[in-house]
Write a protein that binds this ligand. Structure first.
Ligand code: ATP
Length: 304
């Protein structure tokens, strides 16, 4: 009987391994090709990034049928500056990031990078120019080193460690049982949302793109984690054209311009100080979040 059971056990093991690898691959494809129904146009050229200026000009967009999600959205992100998009849930913030990464094409208006319409360039060159830190980062069932190196296959250990340091996740990694060789992911050590996002930031630092798209996680973070993510984000966005989709206003205080989106329309825009002076929707959101932050800090203090 043992002769029969052992190979079956082995087959079971092989089956589970293959199944898990397929799950990994599926996740990777989801990550890379979410909603990708768009093909390169036959005359598509390589995107030539010079200063990395982004422009949305009168963009109208709807996912399907006649429900329009974005209405005449126009803004510019000047080279090396940071623009943040804030607004209530469902306003269309993440839709803007999906359009920039060209998961979808606009219905009207246009999106350009250094004057080149993103519909006229190859998707490979567009996506090579943009580093995304998504809301929910996919980790592979592999070492943390591999997960960071994924940003630039072939990176040296020294480069990986430097990226981890800049993303302020190095101390956390050094405390793990096997350091950079610790297996993470579904079958390994599970990381918190904030830790995963810092792995994504380290990946992006390694990739070194000229444009950065940061989709902040909606999930609440404790104030320490939030500060750490904040620090690594400002590190990675230095001298890069950055678009931040923000859920917490503390993330956007230093942005060169903040766009307040509501119902798919930009209803207010300006710097943090300017928007507070306007005493409109942004000022109201700020007051509410300040209250919530004070309450959270008190709660954290009481619990420690
Ligand atoms: P949140 O702060 O909750 O993440 P958001 O401002 O990022 O919200 P979006 O995710 O851009 O909002 O969604 C804007 C609108 O588009 C919502 O009404 C949403 O239901 C709709 N929507 C988003 N994704 C799709 C999709 N794949 N197909 C159809 N409608 C969608």
């Amino acid at each position: 009987l043992m002769l029969l059971v052992q190979p079956l056990n082995f087959l079971g093991f092989v089956y589970r391994e293959i199944k898990q690898s397929l799950v990994d691959m599926e996740k990777m494809f989801e990550l890379l090709f979410v909603g990708r129904e768009i093909d390169d146009s036959p005359s598509a050229r390589t995107l030539e990034v010079r200063d990395a200026a982004i422009e949305f000009k009168d963009v109208d967009f709807g996912y399907e049928g006649n429900r329009q999600i974005l209405h005449k959205v126009s803004f510019r992100v000047e080279p090396g500056t940071k623009v943040a998009i804030v607004g209530p849930s469902g306003a269309g913030k993440s839709t803007i990031s999906r359009i920039l990464f060209r998961f979808y094409d606009v219905n009207a208006g246009r999106v350009t990078i250094d004057g080149q319409d993103i519909r006229d360039v190859t998707q490979a060159s567009l996506r090579a120019a943009i580093g995304i830190v998504p809301q929910d980062t996919v980790l592979f069932n592999d070492t943390i080193r591999y997960n960071i190196a994924y940003g630039r296959p072939g990176a040296s250990d020294a480069e990986i460690e430097e990226a981890a340091r800049l993303a302020s996740i190095d101390t956390f990694i050094e405390r793990l049982p096997d350091g950079f060789d610790t297996i993470v992911g579904e079958r390994g050590l599970k990381l918190s949302g904030g830790e995963k996002q810092r792995v994504a930031i380290a990946r992006t630092i390694l990739k070194g793109p000229q444009i950065l798209l940061f989709d902040e996680a909606t999930s609440a973070l404790d104030s320490k984690t939030e500060k750490e993510i904040q620090a690594s984000l400002s590190e990675v966005s230095q001298n890069r054209t950055t678009l931040v989709i923000a859920h917490r206003l503390s993330t956007v205080v230093d942005a060169d311009e903040i766009l307040v989106l509501d119902g798919g329309r930009i209803v207010e825009r300006g710097t943090h100080t300017h928007l507070l002076e306007m005493q409109g929707q942004y000022a109201e959101m700020w007051a509410r979040q300040q209250e919530a932050a004070t309450y959270q800090e008190k709660l954290e203090q009481a619990l420690t």
